[in-house]
Every structure is written in C-alpha cells, then in structure tokens.
Design a protein around this ligand. Structure first.
Ligand code: S3P
Length: 183
C-alpha cells in the first residue's frame, strides 16, 4: 500500500503511540507532525504558541502538512487540530492518503489529559470543561473528514491490530524485520 495513513483524533487519543507501533508492524516510515514542526522551527510546540500564538502555530502546521503530504507510504500522526482545516485535509488526501479517526470516549480523554503539561490549549484552570467543549465541537468534524473510524479506547497494541485488519495491510514478519535491519 503506497498511500499514506493519517491518524487523526483528539489530544490524548493515542495518535503518536499507535502510529509508532503501526509503522513498526508494517515497516512503514512514521512521521509525527508536531515533532516535524518542532524540528523545523527549532522550538517546542509550547514555545511556538507562546511566541506566535495559535495562529502562528497553525501556519507552521499548514506548511508541515504540505511538506509531508507529498511523500508516499507514510504513517502520519497529525496534531489534534490539523484536520479541522479543510486545506490540510485536501493536501493529505492529494497523494491518496487515508484518514483514520482514533475514536476515544470523552471520559477517558479527560482522564488521560488530567495532568498534561505540554498542550498549550489545556493549560487552563477549568481543563475538564474545556476538553468537553472542544470535544463536542471537534468530534463531528473529525468524523466528517475521516475515511474510517477506529474505536481506540483499547490499549495501543490492540488498536494497531484492528487497523491492520480493517485496512488489510500486510504485516512484516519477524524474519523480514531482521533482514531489513541488516540493510
Ligand atoms: C492541538 C493538539 C496538539 C498540538 C497542538 C494543538 C490541538 O497535538 O498539535 O498543541 O489543537 O488539538 P496532539 O493532538 O498530538 O496533542
């Protein structure tokens, strides 16, 4: 499968950890969009928000999407806000990419994000409520742009298995992995 697989979903839905495992299981290259932005900017996401605001971050995110969307055969973990912008969705679809929504219930996300320190949008006193409001607003948008919705409350390994089954991607066997390592 040459097309990219793009993981989208709310903050804390497991895009990065599931993306990494999925890349390992399928032998594809993994790109985390936030990491890519940080590398390009030479700054952490929190620093980008502090220096340039959310708009500045979204501009960098847009550029990052344009850069990675041109390459084929990638597993891409998007940021929680990436696919809320139609231009980004278009760019990600251009190379035949499939967008997968990692669907995690609100309560579980609120638990996972309870002590988060690195997401600028959540550094607010009424975090639980902010998460609920953002979730309510975003879920329909995520669903609208996704090609497939993956229930993702289970542990990452199980979710990866589910994705591999749904997309019918060939897994690389242990033997092939070893051969690849020696290259
Ligand atoms: C954001 C999610 C973050 C990051 C930025 C904005 C969002 O990514 O891109 O803080 O708008 O939901 P994660 O979903 O990987 O936390």
């Amino acid at each position: 499968m040459k097309e990219n697989i793009i993981l989208c979903g709310f903050m804390g839905s497991g895009k990065t950890s599931i993306g990494k495992l999925l890349a390992k299981a399928t032998g594809k290259k993994f790109i985390d969009l936030d990491d890519f932005i940080e590398e390009q900017a030479g700054m952490r996401v929190t620093e980008i928000f502090a220096a340039y605001g959310e708009n500045g971050f979204r501009k960098m995110e847009r550029e990052a999407v344009r850069s990675v969307a041109g390459t084929e055969g990638l597993i891409i973990a998007s940021g929680g806000g990436t696919v809320l912008f139609q231009g980004n969705v278009k760019a990600l679809h251009r190379t035949g990419g499939k967008i997968l929504l990692l669907n995690v219930p609100l309560r579980l996300l609120q638990m996972r994000l309870k002590n988060d320190k690195k997401r600028p949008l959540l550094q607010v006193p009424n975090r639980k409520q902010v998460i609920a409001e953002l979730y309510k607003r975003r879920i329909p948008l995520y669903k609208a742009v996704s090609d497939i919705v993956i229930p993702a409350a289970a542990p990452p390994k199980k979710v990866v298995k589910r994705i591999i089954e749904v997309l019918e991607i060939p897994e690389i066997s242990g033997k092939e992995k070893k051969t690849d390592d020696r290259k």
